[in-house]
Design a protein around this ligand. Structure first.
Ligand code: C2E
Ligand code: MG
Length: 468
């Protein structure tokens, strides 16, 4: 019989905790550790480890039993890192927590789902016992549920998201393949635009066969002279003239009988290493054209896109210098549009390479700023001159000015505080142009002014906007 009340508490003070109490404490402690292990500290959802355990266990059961249908949804928040950048990581974590809560609200039946933040700002959601058509209805509901702005400190923050779906047992019967398929579908959804979903289909596998063929044709494209460049003017609004043109590659494949989008073939150039010789060709061609225009418009610069693979290559700097010398143009006519993602890797090596080019007079611009992972801290260390705001921010200011204007405003202020000039990209309307002007951004490019043009048409455009 155990002592209770005054006698019990006196006893425990004199003798310390009883054996029962110790084992109770141990049990509490073990429970707490278990909860910590099974819970993601930021969102309160299942931890990654717990998620995989439950997911694999259920798949094993189904494979040995009734093969009951379920769906895996991968959800990615785009532009999330801008919250970290402009409001701090603490707010970023709060936001992830709030997104987790919204997901739970969209899926009220806790026993029928498993939700986890699988990495960064990507969530995995498993919906047990449902048909694939039902998964689509739920995916739409989730996307809608994330549309209303999140109230963070004094701001309303909008997130956009995409969902990729794979289905058990129809698509695959193991967790890894299901995950990869949901990721492929997610990529497909992103291509379609923001707030979209895509269901994995065998077409996505056929794509990889097409890919092999594309790869073969790409290997010959340079020799066959199938690449050409078009140029999109960049307007200096205050000076009312064209300050630069951005070179954009086009591939007209004779074998395919069509033009292939850069979004499709540039990743292949990158993965095959062909981007190195093709990149050198692009730079030479772009600078050669620029030199011709410079006879009439000596201030004109040309921007060349550079991705991470190119910067990482050991000969990146010598190859740029070689091309500049071969063309015989001053290095300050060259702008490098650096993909934001390229800057976050090998930061120190990248900074050294960029410094070398910057010292020669090359202008360095960060392309599509706001969607990648550059931190304010990294940005301060980079010798960059210009920030090109990602077009998605500008698209949104027109659709929902009240909530998106502060975001663009914050980006411009951030650029100003770092002494960077700002270029607005993808300007399609007068509204966007006026908004940027009002906020101190005076360099813009986009269809509103001009689509990318071949060499001769650029010359006509220059004559119109830069009367000598
Ligand atoms: P980017 O550098 O962000 O280039 C801007 C893209 O937006 C171009 O697409 C351009 O045609 C398009 N664009 C320009 N103004 C507007 C507008 O007002 N509205 C809309 N909706 N789009 C607009 P493009 O030529 O298809 O290029 C896509 C991406 O492929 C480029 O994005 C760049 O990352 C890459 N790329 C293109 N050419 C090259 C190249 O020569 N080298 C490398 N490494 N990458 C390239
Ligand atoms: Mg660019």
């Amino acid at each position: 019989m155990s002592d209770t009340g005054l006698i019990g508490s006196l006893k425990s003070k004199i003798l310390g905790p009883s054996d029962d109490e110790i084992s109770e404490l141990k049990e509490d402690f073990a429970n707490e550790i278990k909860i910590l292990k099974e819970t993601d500290s930021i969102t309160g959802l299942a931890s990654k480890q717990h998620f995989w355990n439950l997911f694999n266990k259920r798949i094993e059961q189904e494979n040995n039993g009734s093969f009951a249908d379920f769906s895996l949804l991968m959800l990615d928040l785009s532009r999330f890192h801008i919250v970290n950048e402009t409001m701090g990581y603490e707010v970023g974590d709060e936001m992830l927590h709030a997104v987790g809560k919204r997901l739970e609200e969209s899926l009220p039946n806790a026993s029928n789902r498993l939700i986890c933040r699988i990495y960064g700002n990507t969530f995995a959601i498993v919906l047990w016992d449902i048909k694939s058509s039902e998964a689509i209805t739920i995916a739409k509901r989730i996307l809608e549920g994330l549309l209303p702005p999140f109230r963070m400190t004094d701001n309303h923050v909008h997130v956009t998201s995409c969902i990729g779906i794979s289905h058990y047992p129809h698509n695959a019967k193991d967790s890894n393949t299901l995950m990869l398929q949901a990721e492929s579908a997610l990529e497909e959804a992103k291509i379609e635009g923001e707030n979209n979903y895509a269901v994995f289909s065998s077409d996505m596998e056929i794509d990889s066969v097409d890919r092999l063929q594309l790869e073969n044709y790409l290997h010959q494209a340079l020799d066959k002279k199938e690449f050409r460049l078009v140029f999109q003017p960049q307007m200096a609004i205050a000076k009312r003239r064209v300050s630069a043109v951005e070179a954009l590659i086009r591939w007209e494949s004779r074998d395919l009988g069509s033009t292939v989008s850069p979004a499709k073939f540039i990743p292949i150039l990158q993965e095959t290493g062909l981007i190195i010789p093709v990149g050198e060709w692009i730079m030479k061609e772009a600078l050669t054209m620029c030199k011709k225009w410079n006879e009439k418009y000596p201030w004109l610069k040309v921007a060349v896109n550079i991705n991470g693979y190119q910067i990482k290559h050991k000969d990146f700097v010598p190859s740029c210098i070689k091309v500049i010398n071969e063309v015989g143009i001053d290095a300050n006519h060259l702008i490098l549009d650096l993909q934001e993602s390229a800057l976050s890797k090998d930061a120190e090596k990248t900074v050294n390479k960029l410094n070398e080019l910057h010292d020669l007079g090359v202008t360095l611009a960060i392309d599509d700023f706001g969607v990648g992972m550059t931190s304010f801290h990294q940005l301060k260390k980079m010798p960059v001159d210009t920030m090109k705001i990602d077009p998605s921010f500008l698209r949104d200011i027109e659709e929902d000015p009240k909530h998106n204007e502060p975001m663009v405003d914050a980006l411009i202020s951030m650029a100003e505080s770092l002494n960077l000039s700002v270029v607005g990209e993808g300007i399609e309307s007068e509204y966007q142009m006026n908004f940027l002007r009002k906020h101190g951004c005076h360099h813009m490019q986009g269809y509103f002014f001009c689509k990318p043009l071949p060499f001769d048409d650029v010359s006509v455009f220059l004559a119109k906007f830069n009367p000598s």
